[in-house]
Design a binder for this molecule. Structure first.
Ligand SMILES: O=C(O)C1=C[C@@H](OP(=O)(O)O)[C@@H](O)[C@H](O)C1
Ligand SMILES: C=C(OP(=O)(O)O)C(=O)O
Length: 427
């Protein structure tokens, strides 16, 4: 689907509550299904990816009711899941694929996982290798690197495993697998990644420990159904934070936004670039959340790499656009993982933004962005990637010329109401 954006002399003003966090929504279905009793989730993200997770668990016999953005999951414990008669289709969702693999590895039945064209190109051996070491039987193309993947779960043994990538999906898959074992599984992360799985284990009455970058998961735990309020997704809020920071005379307030410190790298980057951003935390029992206000201001370039990367990995496309409006050269490095997302995001960001006049160079592990540049109109493509699609829509706010975006349907993966929220704050 093609969308033509013809924004002229716009400024942004108003309040937005972005939809629920995608990572937390996926996990709420998973823990709700694995717990005993009823789990009620409010603020659930009804994006395509999380709907794929719901669909997979329904196919394994879990009853899940939907009422707007509230869902109710009737969990019956690990033993309540049964062999699906159909193939499990994860759609476009890497999180569903990898976390599901960890859950299925210890269940005594056979499943086949497929997804879309993008999923079929994303590396899965990083997960299937350690799961096979723990005892799962997994088969798939190129030695279980790619979907379709067939899993025959069974008894798993503990592992002490150092992750070769800073990946919360890989970490979470091994945490789920560790829950199926008898003893303690130790996972070492190279950098701290989002910890929603760990937070949710505790919320559901379980335990998990951490010392430095080592995580200890005790097996044979049982969970009890909960009430979960999903905060707004900071990865979705990021598009408005950047729009508010760069579109002249703008001011936006984002409320009920998740502020888990493993996710707030975008706020650090905005502050480092000199943006006018104010964060007000609210006291909550579950995941941290609050309000973020952003006002337009002149920005300077920054350096982004190392431990900051996992804290903003999904925001790099929109941060690259931000950098096109800042004075100087912004360097993004240590971000090779961008090459294995929904599309190769280093190529996609550099290629599509260049079509709109950005001065941007792809590197082996990131991007160099020289600013500030006045963007112009053009024909661009989301390349089937929701985050590239939304970044290009924000870019269209920065030019009075027409921007035509191909493949906008991809945005439904994480933010189905993106354009109506955007239009609600355009003056
Ligand atoms: O665990 C998660 O929910 C996610 C982890 C990240 O992926 P990696 O684990 O591959 O870095 C992120 O890019 C993805 O959007 C969601
Ligand atoms: C990379 C992403 O998601 P996933 O890995 O779940 O497909 C994303 O949402 O940007």
């Amino acid at each position: 689907m093609i969308k033509t954006l013809d924004y002229k002399d716009v400024k942004l003003s108003g309040n937005i509550r972005v939809p629920g966090d995608k990572s937390i929504s996926h996990r709420s279905v998973m823990f709700g299904a694995l717990a005993n009793g009823t789990t009620t989730v409010t603020g659930f993200l009804k994006g395509d990816d999380c709907l794929s997770t719901i669909d997979c668990f329904r196919k394994m016999g879990v009853t899940i009711e939907e009422n707007g953005d509230t869902i109710v999951i009737h969990g019956k414990g690990f033993e309540g899941l049964r062999e699906p008669e159909e193939i499990l289709n994860v759609g476009n969702s890497g999180t569903t694929t990898r976390l599901l693999l960890g859950i299925l590895a210890g269940l005594p039945f056979h499943t086949v996982i497929i997804g879309d064209e993008s999923i079929a190109k994303r590396p899965m051996k990083r997960v299937t290798d350690p799961l096979r070491k723990m005892g799962a039987a997994i088969d798939g193309r190129e030695d279980s690197q790619y979907t379709p993947l067939a899993v025959r779960g069974g008894t798993l043994s503990n592992i002490h495993y150092t992750l070769p990538y800073a990946s919360a999906q890989l970490k979470s898959a091994l945490i789920f697998a560790g829950l199926h074992t008898e003893g303690v599984t130790t996972i070492v992360e190279p950098e701290k990644t989002r910890d929603h799985t760990e937070q949710m284990i505790k919320q559901f009455g379980g335990t998990i420990e951490r010392s430095g970058n080592e995580i200890y998961v005790k097996g044979s735990q049982s969970f009890v159904g909960q009430t979960i309020d999903v905060p707004g997704d900071i990865s979705s809020a990021a598009f408005f934070l950047v729009a508010g920071a760069v579109v002249k005379k703008s001011k936006l307030l984002l409320h009920h936004v998740g502020l888990n410190p493993t996710r707030t790298g975008i706020i650090d980057v905005l502050l480092n670039m000199g943006a006018d951003v104010v964060v007000e935390k609210e006291s909550t029992q579950g995941e941290p959340l609050g309000k973020v206000t952003i006002s337009e201001k002149e920005l300077t370039a920054t350096q982004i790499g190392g431990a900051l990367i996992p804290r903003l990995i999904d925001e790099i496309p929109i941060i690259a656009l931000l950098a096109t409006q800042a004075q100087g050269t912004t360097v993004i490095k240590d971000a090779e993982e961008l090459k294995v997302k929904e599309t190769n995001r280093i190529d996609a960001v550099a290629g599509e933004l260049a079509k709109l006049g950005a001065n941007i160079e792809p590197t082996d592990d990131g991007l160099l962005i020289h600013g500030p540049t006045k963007l112009h109109g053009g024909q661009v493509d989301s390349r089937g990637d929701h985050r590239i699609g939304m970044m290009l829509a924000v870019a269209a706010l920065l030019t009075d010329e027409v921007v035509t975006i191909e493949g906008v349907e991809a945005i439904g993966v994480s933010y189905p109401q993106f354009f109506s929220d955007l239009e609600s704050v355009i003056l």
